[in-house]
Design a protein around this ligand. Structure first.
Ligand code: ADP
Length: 474
């Protein structure tokens, strides 16, 4: 079965968050299970595209409203990522550095989808199934089934995965003319709340949709930024499949991005050496418990609470605990955290920015990883933390609920709290400090979490089973 994954991000080509990690790993693991999975994504002006060789496999002109645009499909020559990688290059729209945040983002992703559909309609590249990820490719199911231009492919099943239901890519009806010729009796399928909503259109038109954890599937019916009723009515079409992690990249035994490799055997000494390297770089004390946060500094991640919660925790445990934050996002949150670092230089440090190798060091060198998320569709950070023997401290929501068991419960290994609130975080920090003061228990939990299997093998198989279930209808 030949499957095309359509996504705005894919690691290591271009990464902003977890979407990239998933799309960079899932097809590789699916191919190991006998599928023919490929990734199609926009071209970005990034290191990966300059350091690797590509060949042009298709080129054409298409219309975006009244503007004609030229595009090329480039294929990475060696399939070194474990799957075929295709990039859609459109001069002026898809050849820039950033993935998101351009003022013409709507045009950018509509053009991406038009180019993709044009390519598969006119070339020999006919997929058996198209797997779209998030709203950036959310119009594909609608266009495939309701535009006469793509009639030849209209029986192709589509699966749509929601990595983040808070972002919909919505735009006004005044931009309808950007879409190719469609069946105008079907425009209701594009509509949500008076606008064109690609995420809603995808959920309505795809054959099946998935969320990246079972709990998130339910949560969308009461928290999805206005789409609650849609998720409630379409619930029968949905299923939740928990993300895996790429255990080749995220492996403390072989990770080239950390100074000291370790397995369960040298767990305590291995972690300590990484902690010493991290603490030396950021002027923290390697003999104190280190609680870190990695992620986008936005409300979704509970980052708005960090400064207040850390300040209060430091006051409650003066000189006893260290904190480290790696992230970028809202300016106000960044400023609050930088001010905190000024106030408590020996207890808290902050790195504002995106740094992939520093993230690896933080997973390896921290004792605890804090995730006070308001919303967490799956969350990969806690899975990386588990793999590196770092205790996740998570709010009980979405994928965090599905993957972290509190150490107070049976065979548990993490710290869970119920509310995204300063007081719950402070309470969790207190539990972390008590746990740190009990090295045999901490060691037991670390061993327990490192033995867990969150590799892609199981989840990749679940996606394949879902594809297979759509086969008789093909
Ligand atoms: P998101 O909602 O941001 O996609 P996930 O938990 O699914 O959250 O994935 C986040 C991914 O991005 C992880 O691989 C994490 O290590 C990485 N990440 C987030 N912020 C940073 C940063 N500032 N520097 C390096 N890596 C980061």
């Amino acid at each position: 079965m030949r499957v095309f994954h359509l996504s705005a991000e894919c690691y290591p080509v271009a990464k902003v968050g977890g979407l990239a990690d998933v799309v960079g790993a899932l097809p590789k693991y699916q191919n190991l299970l006998g599928l023919q999975a490929a990734v199609v994504m926009p071209y970005y002006d990034r290191k990966f595209v300059h350091e690797n060789e590509f060949e042009t496999v298709f080129q054409a002109n298409e219309l975006l409203g009244s503007q004609r645009f030229y595009f090329e499909i480039l294929k990475e020559k060696t399939d070194k990522l474990g799957f075929e990688l295709y990039l859609v290059k459109i001069p002026g729209l898809l050849d820039r550095e950033n993935v998101y945040s351009y003022p013409d983002e709507t045009e950018q992703f509509i053009a991406f989808q038009i180019a993709f559909l044009d390519w598969i309609s006119w070339s020999q590249q006919t997929p058996d199934l198209i797997h779209c990820h998030d709203h950036h490719s959310g119009l594909v199911p609608f266009l495939l089934y309701h535009s006469r231009l793509y009639e030849r492919l209209a029986k192709t099943p589509t699966v749509f995965t929601i990595h983040n239901g808070q972002y919909h890519g919505a735009f006004g009806w005044n931009k309808l003319s950007l879409l190719p010729e469609i069946d105008l009796t079907k425009t209701g399928l594009l509509d949500w709340n008076g606008g064109i909503n690609p995420l809603a259109a995808a959920v309505k038109c795809c054959w099946r949709y998935t969320t990246v954890s079972p709990t998130y599937l339910e949560e969308l019916t009461y928290n999805s930024n206005g789409l609650e009723y849609l998720f409630y009515t379409e619930r029968a079409k949905g299923s939740g499949i928990i993300n895996g992690i790429d255990t080749e990249i995220w492996n403390p035994k072989t990770d080239p991005m950390i100074p000291e490799n370790y397995s369960v055997r040298q767990l305590a000494s291995g972690k300590q050496k990484n902690k010493e390297a991290l603490c030396a770089r950021f002027e923290l004390a390697p003999d104190k418990p280190l609680i870190s946060f990695i992620g986008r500094l936005v409300l979704e991640k509970g980052a708005d609470l960090l400064a207040e919660a850390i300040k209060n925790s430091i006051m409650a445990h003066p000189g006893e605990i260290n904190f480290f934050i790696l992230g970028a996002g809202e300016v106000k949150i960044q400023e609050e955290l930088l001010a905190l670092k000024e106030l408590y230089p020996t207890e808290c440090n902050v790195f504002v920015g995106y740094d992939e190798s520093l993230a690896h060091l933080v997973y390896a060198g921290s004792d605890f990883l804090l995730m006070p998320s308001h919303v967490e569709p799956c969350g990969l950070n806690q899975l990386y933390a588990l793999r590196y023997g770092t205790v996740p401290m998570v709010r009980t929501t979405g994928g965090l609920k599905d993957t972290v068991i509190d150490f107070g419960d049976g065979e548990g290994y993490g710290i869970r709290f119920i509310h995204t609130s300063v007081s719950d975080i402070i309470h969790a920090v207190g539990r972390a400090a008590t746990l740190y003061a009990n090295p045999p228990l901490l060691q037991l939990l670390r061993k327990r979490m490192m033995a867990l299997d969150f590799s892609w093998d199981r989840s990749a198989k679940e996606y394949i089973d879902l594809y297979e279930s759509l086969k008789p209808a093909i």
